[in-house]
Design a protein around this ligand. Structure first.
Ligand code: IPE
Ligand code: IPE
Ligand code: MG
Length: 230
């Protein structure tokens, strides 16, 4: 368990910089995505060990689907290639998995693999630890889809109704973005309303357990006021 006074309940990871990591090592961008996948499993596992309850990882945005087909196909193929290591890691930590995003945009075999992963880890659903993987995800689309689904129900909505209808119905506490950019890039805009934002210059494959601990230590020192005076 963690040495830090305050551990975020819900950690977001905007795992950026895979492509630049690969290019800086003279490798094709696709190798960076493979390294990123392996690193995601390890960094998320460490976060659970430190006491985080929910980890939400940004694996691929809807906008990323417009990259070159070979890169998109490679990123998606990792879902199948790392099916076993992913299951093994999170089964060991007793974590359930949920995939959020416009999954209908993905090839059938990828969707089937995501579904099987969810099913295999479903037994841990009530134990309080979840990894959400956002894939083919965009926050604006999520918000508009949620509005439309609520309009269909035909009643005025409260913030609570709205939030519980989102694909990720939980507020984020800490969001870490690697890769040197200080932006959210369409990552859970609503759920980040009061998140602490931590930006690291490291490319994601170089962001390991030590770097996560540094971010958690930084988080522990934040004063979260939610508009009040403390
Ligand atoms: C993040 O790494 C992973 C995805 C967006 C799929 P990038 O592929 O954006 O890597 P950079 O930012 O080009 O280095
Ligand atoms: C954000 O990274 C998406 C993921 C990390 C999956 P991008 O590389 O797509 O973001 P921009 O283009 O720099 O804003
Ligand atoms: Mg990027």
């Amino acid at each position: 368990m963690s040495d830090f006074a305050f551990v975020p309940k819900h950690l977001g990871l905007i795992m950026d910089g895979n492509g630049r990591w690969a290019l800086s090592h003279g490798l094709p961008r696709t190798d960076g995505h493979t390294r990123g996948m392996v690193n995601m499993i390890s960094v998320a596992s460490h976060a659970f060990d430190m006491g985080v309850k929910t980890v939400t990882c940004y694996s691929m945005s809807t906008e990323n689907l417009n990259r070159e087909k070979s890169e998109v196909d490679h990123i998606l193929s990792l879902v199948i290639k790392y099916f076993d290591p992913f299951l093994e890691a999170f089964r060991q930590k007793r974590v359930c998995a949920k995939f959020v995003g416009q999954l209908e945009l993905l090839p059938e075999e990828i969707r089937a693999s995501l579904k099987r992963t969810e099913e295999q880890l479903k037994e841990f659903e009530d134990l309080g630890r979840t990894i959400y993987i956002a894939i083919a995800y965009g926050s604006r689309t999520e918000i508009v889809n949620t509005v439309n689904s609520l309009i269909e129900k035909g009643k005025a909505v409260t913030e609570q109704d709205f939030q519980s209808s989102l694909s990720l119905p939980h507020n984020l506490d800490l969001v870490i973005r690697t890769g040197g950019e200080s932006r959210l890039s369409n990552f859970f805009l609503y759920q980040c309303a009061y998140a602490e934002l931590y930006f690291s210059d490291k490319f994601f494959p170089d962001f390991g357990e030590r770097e996560l601990d540094e971010a958690l230590e930084w988080y522990a020192g934040r004063s979260r006021r939610y508009g009040l005076v403390k």
